[in-house]
Ligand binder design. Structure first.
Ligand SMILES: Cc1cc2nc3c(=O)[nH]c(=O)nc-3n(C[C@H](O)[C@H](O)[C@H](O)COP(=O)(O)O)c2cc1C
Length: 381
């Protein structure tokens, strides 16, 4: 039975070879930030208000003119094609069916036009990595505009890849050259292995205009995450010329960057530590959120991700002032275990828990969730 994150994670673990599971589940260095994300959410408690009419609950919100069925969506996950063939499409379909936004990664394995097609009216955003060869980003942004993506999200916390020690230990790197241990691992997971054999290894098909796999160098750069380290605030003018729609930054933790973003005409922020996969020493996203919110002072929407595992976690972020939350691993674990239905199941868990939490909190609409609904746990209690 899939009742919570632990269930989703356990079923994904059963179906996937160890190196794929660790790629999804793992984080940087000692994985302290990964645990800090969960611990910080645990230290925030909800304080209900009683005797409110909660006979009708409405979780919908409007973001950049689009309706979201609830204030959460799917965070961008690279290399979903290694989890299941067409993994990006499975997640995008699940999100669209739930009326929730889906953010497609630059490191995706399905063409962005095809991903857009499965969404219908549901909102989709494109996450952008800018590699040394800027033409790669330029053609992606142009295609995203033509395909009708609702927002562009520049990830700013991957100037270099975090040190994921599990990946190193497992020998998971590009070019992909499985050693004997990895081959055995694959054979022990025949469901996964046969589907990969049938469909072939995933490629980063969005790096070129025509969908060919792209140069070996750009493919390797993508997996090694060798980004353009010269990218600075002034580069945003370059992006602005290519993209007139909502432009967000993902991976902001410092309040000063919130103020800079306002000055540079950024339309929204995602406070994130990349699910603990980049700098292990950073604070939990939910701990960094209040200062960033103060810095932007309500002038642009602020979203948050990293470690959100329950509908009640979403409510905690909303009570602090976030416009919405993005979830990564819960959805990709669901997809790993049961394809589109599994991803949908993960999103439904969040939606049901969100509703139940709102009723128990005495806040039938999202706008009723207030700052006073969240309190910091007394560390001495
Ligand atoms: C396997 C994996 C791949 C990811 N790939 C990307 C990516 O391509 N681009 C990006 O901006 N963030 C990426 N992220 C970070 C997520 O978008 C998000 O910030 C993080 O997963 C949220 O934390 P959660 O998984 O605890 O919900 C990835 C995360 C995981 C777990």
């Amino acid at each position: 039975m899939l009742l919570n994150f632990a269930d989703l994670r356990a079923s994904a673990r059963r179906r996937l070879p160890r190196f794929v599971f660790d790629y999804l589940d793992g984080a940087a260095e000692d994985e302290r930030c990964l645990h800090r994300n969960a611990a910080a959410l645990e230290r925030l408690h909800l304080q209900p208000t009683c005797l409110r009419d909660t006979a009708e609950v409405d979780t919908a919100v409007e973001v950049f003119g689009a309706r979201w069925a609830a204030p959460f969506g799917v965070a961008p996950i690279g290399l979903c094609g290694l989890v299941r063939p067409g993994g990006d499409l499975l997640m995008a379909r699940a999100a669209a069916a739930a009326g929730l936004p889906y953010m497609l990664s630059t490191a995706s394995n399905a063409r962005l036009e095809a991903v857009r097609e499965v969404a219908g009216a549901a909102p989709q955003w494109l996450q952008l990595y800018v590699m040394g060869e800027r033409g790669i980003a330029e053609q992606m942004v142009r295609r995203a505009r033509q395909a009708g993506f609702g927002a562009l999200v520049l990830t700013v916390d991957v100037a270099v890849s975090g040190m994921r020690e599990r990946d190193v230990r497992n020998g998971f790197a590009l070019p992909f050259r499985p050693g004997p241990a990895m081959l055995l691992d694959m054979l022990l997971h025949p469901g996964w292995a046969f589907s990969m054999l049938r469909h072939g290894a995933p490629n980063f098909v969005n790096l070129t205009e025509d969908g060919t796999a792209g140069s070996a160098a750009s493919q390797a750069a993508m997996l090694a995450r060798t980004m353009d380290r010269r990218l600075g605030w002034e580069s945003l003018t370059w992006l602005r010329r290519l993209w007139a729609g909502p432009l967000l930054l993902k991976g902001v933790l410092h309040p000063e960057d919130g103020r800079r973003a306002l000055k540079h005409g950024i339309d929204g922020l995602i406070v994130s530590n990349h699910g603990g996969r980049q700098l292990d020493a950073v604070p939990a996203s939910v701990s960094a959120l209040p200062a960033v919110l103060d810095a932007v002072d309500g002038r642009i929407p602020v979203f948050v991700d990293s470690g959100f595992r329950r509908g009640s976690d979403v409510v905690k972020a909303l009570a602090l002032g976030a416009k919405g939350v993005f979830v990564g691993r819960p959805v990709v674990f669901g997809m790993a275990a049961h394809g589109e239905a599994g991803a949908r199941g993960a999103l439904d868990l969040f939606a049901t828990e969100l509703q139940r939490t709102m009723i128990l909190l005495g806040a039938p609409r999202i706008a009723d969730i207030e700052r006073g609904h969240v309190v910091r746990a007394d560390p001495h209690a």
